[in-house]
Design a protein around this ligand. Structure first.
Ligand code: A2P
Length: 273
């Protein structure tokens, strides 16, 4: 009938800077990861973050800084997030489904980038909780392996299940044919993964900071303690952890770098809603 063909199509309201969710994975009742379409114009360096979010109840965008967990070459963007039941953003964001839209401001920034570090032999990635996200990007970034002979990633969480996103990512990285071809087997062999838990039994228990002080991490990995001539570090975790690691790294003689002044280590706060 005419009425049907003449009807004005219903306009779905589009968000400013909208991107579409393509995949959602729930890891625990407190952690999930998701992938969204990538704006064609978005260029970023592995390790950087962007502002993402949803429209709030007041109709205004509710945005938070999220590290991009996917590498710069990926045609989608991945994020790894906490779920906080009364968190302004994550109480809502945790319910997103494929096909939904989120807001993504295409202005990447951040200090956890290779440009902020001077050349070295060995890179340490120190993460707690969702602080693993920028390293999920950097571990899939070819430059990480061009720049270093050894790549050590430590991840400290309260419970074993909270390690799973990172553990699986590294396992997939080392077994996926596309990744092996892209990064090279000899490069993937440079990765040393050192997960620790603080509130549940696992092979290595304790905060990474304590394991550095006691020397256990160096003994377990069979490496020399951190040295400013050879070692570089990137740190991403909760505030107390960042401050403690900073002090330890400074104690070893490393200096903090920035995009404008590369040095021996860089730090960024993991997002907590
Ligand atoms: P702990 O259980 O001893 O507090 P959260 O989930 O609170 O963000 O913490 C993530 C992990 O970071 C936990 O295993 C926690 O250990 C650890 N952590 C918290 N504060 C520090 C710190 N100052 N130094 C090292 N690790 C820390």
């Amino acid at each position: 009938t005419r009425a049907a063909t003449d009807a004005t199509p219903v306009k779905t309201p589009t968000l400013p800077d909208a991107q579409t969710v393509t995949e959602v994975k729930h890891w625990t009742d407190r952690l999930f990861s998701f992938r969204v379409t990538r704006p064609q114009s978005l260029r970023f360096r592995s390790g950087e973050f962007v502002m993402i979010g949803l429209l709030g109840d007041n109709g205004k965008p509710l945005l938070r800084a999220y590290s991009i967990a996917s590498p710069a070459w990926d045609d989608e963007l991945e994020f790894y997030s906490i779920k906080v039941q009364d968190g302004p953003l994550t109480s809502k964001l945790q319910h997103i489904q494929p096909g939904d839209q989120i807001i993504l401001r295409p202005k990447p920034v951040g200090t956890l980038v290779h440009d902020a570090l001077l050349p070295g032999k060995r890179i340490w990635f120190f993460a707690t909780g969702t602080g693993f996200a920028p390293f999920a990007s950097l571990l899939r970034e070819p430059q990480t392996y061009e720049d270093y002979d050894e790549v050590i990633i430590t991840h400290t969480c309260r419970e074993v299940a909270e390690l799973e996103y990172g553990r699986q990512l590294i396992e997939d990285l080392k077994s996926d044919e596309m990744m092996i071809e892209l990064l090279g087997q000899e490069n993937l062999d440079k990765i040393r993964y050192y997960p620790t838990t603080t509130r549940e039994e696992s092979p290595v228990m304790g905060r990474i900071t304590d394991l550095m002080r006691s020397g256990r991490v160096y003994a377990d990995l069979g490496v020399e303690p951190i040295n400013p001539d050879t070692d570089r570090a990137m740190v991403c975790g909760n505030l107390a952890f960042n401050l403690e690691i900073k002090e330890l790294l400074e104690g070893y003689g490393l200096e903090e770098g920035a995009n404008s002044k590369p040095a021996q280590y860089v730090v960024e706060k993991a997002f907590l809603d």
